[in-house]
Design a protein around this ligand. Sequence first.
Ligand SMILES: [Zn+2]
Length: 419
Amino acid sequence: MAWPPTADEFLRVRDTLAWVAARSPYYRRVLAAAGVRPEELRDYDDFRRRVPLTFKTDLVANQRAEPPFGEFLAAPREEFASLHTSPGPIYIPRLAEERGGTAVLVDAIAAMGVRRGDVAHVTLSYHVMPGGLRLHRAFEESGCLVINGGTGASRLQVEVARAWGATVYAGTPSFLAHLGDTAREMGLDPRRDLHYRVGFSTAEALTPALRRELEATFGIELYDHCGEAQIGPLAGECRAHDGMHLHARDLFCEFLDVETGEPVAPGGTGELVATQLGPRALPLVRYAPRDVFQLLAGPCPCGDAALRLRFVGQAGAIRKIKGVLIHPAQVQAVTSEFPDLGRFQIVVEQAGRYDRARLRAGTVRPPAEPDGLARALADRLKQTVLIQMDVELVPEADIPEAAAAPRFSEAIVDHRAKA
Ligand SMILES: [Zn+2]
């Protein structure tokens, strides 16, 4: 779908809302409390100003109160075709016609140059959660021979991937790294004895350093992908590897400023809010998983006009510094390029009318050239995070452990006067 949405697209959103209001007790109540009658909504702005957000905590709390599915259901139980579980636990039933994100994955797989006859090795879990099975079906639909590797049993997985001549890896980057280590322990050369040509990386951050390491180990070309447990796969890289194209189908995605709630344009950074379109067993309307993305401006060299995103991080840890939204994960992507650096803290102070930002970068060992390291770090931050920060090198022990990934709860220390 286009962003911002066209008038025709808004009509589809409104039809879905009417369907949900008629069938889901939860949304019937939420919409009535907000005084919203779907047929009266005039346009997208009306929709976003009046229809409340649904947070993951709302879904969890409601399912706990009314187990197992809560009051979200919009279809009787005998119509369910399958049931997925995600951490919480959250129970997501599906109708037979809900393809659970497979169509999105087929697009993402095609964008990687995967061909009929490729052998795909899927290493996400097949147990309880939807990831492994969903990827498995998508590779089957793409004409691949698929190995249901799942998680664990890494020696067996190396043997199977080798024996079957797997050409496509699909799973987390950390498990791929583990397969490389395992192959070496078995006396194999991951580049020569395994034949991965391309990799579908998902469910974890693929940092530039990890990507370089894995590509060198396996001679593989990795494609980063992202999704969310409840709404499924969202976006994936094309061969240009410059952001992930939004391939979501039957999903209306909004990107909103984390402070003002206003829609952001390409070039800006916004929080994802998603509405599932069409019949669903458990529909989600204006669902906000708290994921923040940067929207990339301009066309992609690959020719695909779909919006491109870069995952920034979770909304809770984000701050506006010098007018730019900064997430600690963006800073970590930079510090991880320097082997001497570990945890860090960003200290923001008010200097007159302006913000001053200082990065306290923890060193895991004394650097050979501290001044050069501090300068190189400041330059890389300016290029990637787009603000100037003073850099101070300190022993890593001086940085609290709570500043570390993935929660980053003490990674930003804000001394500015509150407005
Ligand atoms: Zn592209």
